[in-house]
Design a protein around this ligand. Sequence first.
Ligand SMILES: Cc1ncc(COP(=O)(O)O)c(C=O)c1O
Length: 345
Amino acid sequence: MASQEELKKIRDDIDWANLGFSYMPVKTHIRASYRNGAWNKGELLPDPTITMSIAATCLHYGQAAFEGLKAFRCKDGAVRVFRPDENANRLNLSASRLLGPAFSVEFFNDLVRRVVLDNIEYVPPYGSGGSLYIRPLYIGVGPQIGVAPSSDYDLLIMVMPVGPYYKGGMKPVRALVIEDYDRAAPLGTGTIKLGGNYGASLKPAKIAKEKGFPIPLFMDPKTHQYVDEFGTSNFFGITKKGVYATPDSPSILGSVTNKSLQQIAEDLGMKVERRHIHRNELGDFAEVGACGTAVVITPVSEIVTVEKTYFYGETCGPTLKKLYNHMTGIQYGELPDTHHWLFEI
Ligand SMILES: Cc1ncc(COP(=O)(O)O)c(C=O)c1O
């Protein structure tokens, strides 16, 4: 654990304009525990290490789920979190699939509020383009050697400042369709945010990267005929007719960013379609984007499949740019929050 002086030096040395997306020790994280059938109200802890039984179920049987959301220093100086209710609900969905106990949205939001408040000096200043990344983690910690759910759980939330992904504009990236691996099973856990899903995606993501493709695109695991999602983000495209289209699939994660972008697209007068997208339809798009909390939107320049390569351009398209500006405008308090997405700290 870093000493007070080391922490202060790390904090004082932060270059707000050049933050990346990497781990950094901060003042505290918050940890709530479920013991004897009830959640305690959580505690702010300076030590970023955990002690647990070597037989904890999160280590052996994958009883581990997480979330990702962000707090922003807005134009008026206030700090606001983007749609924490959505992450609370999604984490509850993960918990219920793991047979872990539920918690209320109010309980989750209270933990978020307390940990952000205690680490408020780590929220990047308005104008730097950065934000405070909030990473909740839900784990079964009780010892268990037969395959069964734990009776004890921890819900902890860590935070760290992160930078804008795009410093010099949104540069489109190449995507490779993964033909030999799936990230989720047809009736598996693709719709929830289990740690194990990401373990399964490491190898195909590495293969794609080594071939020169920063992001892998997965097809539906049952038929490999329909588009599912990218490794860590949802797929959406703007058709040549100007329609926002995104896959409807039982094996993809319900992205908060995608849901928000669909609403923004509708607000901007666009037609939105959630439907199966056949791989042969990849040629119908004028623009393609990957969307998620970390980046909001990553424009995709081309998608390579075994049969064909589809090109969408080397510069970010106008609709993706408009959606990105609108979304970040709401997040930084530059545009009205008409849907009440921001949770004030
Ligand atoms: C597999 C996957 N899909 C989609 C997303 C985007 O979800 P969100 O917009 O809620 O961050 C993520 C990131 O959390 C992800 O890991």
